[in-house]
Design a protein around this ligand. Structure first.
Ligand code: PEP
Length: 255
């Protein structure tokens, strides 16, 4: 059975000193923890230094974004999949709803990024999908999820043991302290897995895909997510900034 993922998204919360201090705490606290795959995603700027700290630990490094081209003179300010791999990353978050909101990232762009990351083969993409409150209220959630998956994964071919993680993050549940009802999350994950079956085929889904949940998870509400069959892990924002809180989340979900 695959280990559950517990992915910390530190967003743009921490300065250099705070980032390095938290990375050290993660390394100490998770020494010997082998029930789950723990990933930390600091700011791009601090990846190399966090990688140095995490050497010799079980914690993997992830980035919060990437560009879709490999190299080039026309991409000022961007970072390629290979550059992230060189910095020590094993994972990369793609199409987070905050990027969709503030940077107008759409699923055409996200698809380019997913393709580039899959092609690079050194990184595991964490592809974010999720409905807005309006879409939820108008009963369009299932349709929206299927459409986002179809667009994000268009033309993707996975080979061998390559992994793709889909992070289901209802936009209205991110950073709000209102997590989705576990039963509802379970249902949404079933819809996602069924849609994936149609898009990439059942065999690839069970071999190559994981579906995780994100949105206001904390040490209290995590317990009701722990027994849900279709939830392969968690993407955690706010609760990943405090080591004790994040450790409790991780312990509860892998139990
Ligand atoms: C996120 O931003 O991916 C997230 C899940 O944040 P939070 O846990 O704070 O809702």
């Amino acid at each position: 059975m695959l280990k559950k993922y517990i992915i910390a998204n530190w967003k743009m919360n921490l300065n250099l000193a705070e980032t390095l201090s938290l990375a050290k705490k993660f390394k100490e606290k998770f020494a010997g923890f082998n029930q789950g795959e723990v990933v930390v995603c600091p700011s791009t700027l601090f990846l190399i230094e966090v990688n140095e700290i995490l050497k010799g630990s079980i914690i993997k490094l992830g980035a919060q974004n990437v560009f879709w081209e490999e190299v080039g003179a026309s991409y000022t300010g961007e970072v390629s999949p290979e550059m992230l791999a060189e910095a020590g990353c094993r994972y990369v978050i793609l199409g987070h709803s905050e990027r969709r909101k503030y940077l107008s990232e759409n699923y055409e762009i996200i698809n380019k990024k997913v393709r580039a990351v899959v092609k690079n083969e050194k990184l595991i993409p964490i592809v974010c999908i999720g409905e807005s409150l309006k879409e939820r209220k108008t009963d369009r959630r299932d349709f929206v999820l299927v459409e986002q998956l179809e667009q994000a994964l268009s033309g993707i071919e996975v080979f061998g043991d390559q992994r793709i993680i889909i992070a289901y993050e209802p936009i209205w549940a991110i950073g709000t302290s209102t997590a989705l009802e576990p039963a509802e999350a379970e249902y949404a994950h079933k819809i996602i897995k069924l849609a994936l079956n149609d898009i990439v085929g059942m065999q690839a889904v069970s071999k190559n895909f994981s579906v995780i949940y994100g949105g206001s998870i904390n040490s209290k509400n995590v317990k009701s997510f722990a027994n849900l069959e279709d939830i392969d892990g968690l993407l955690v924002g706010g609760a990943s900034l405090k080591i004790e809180e994040f450790y409790k989340v991780a312990k509860s979900i892998v139990k």
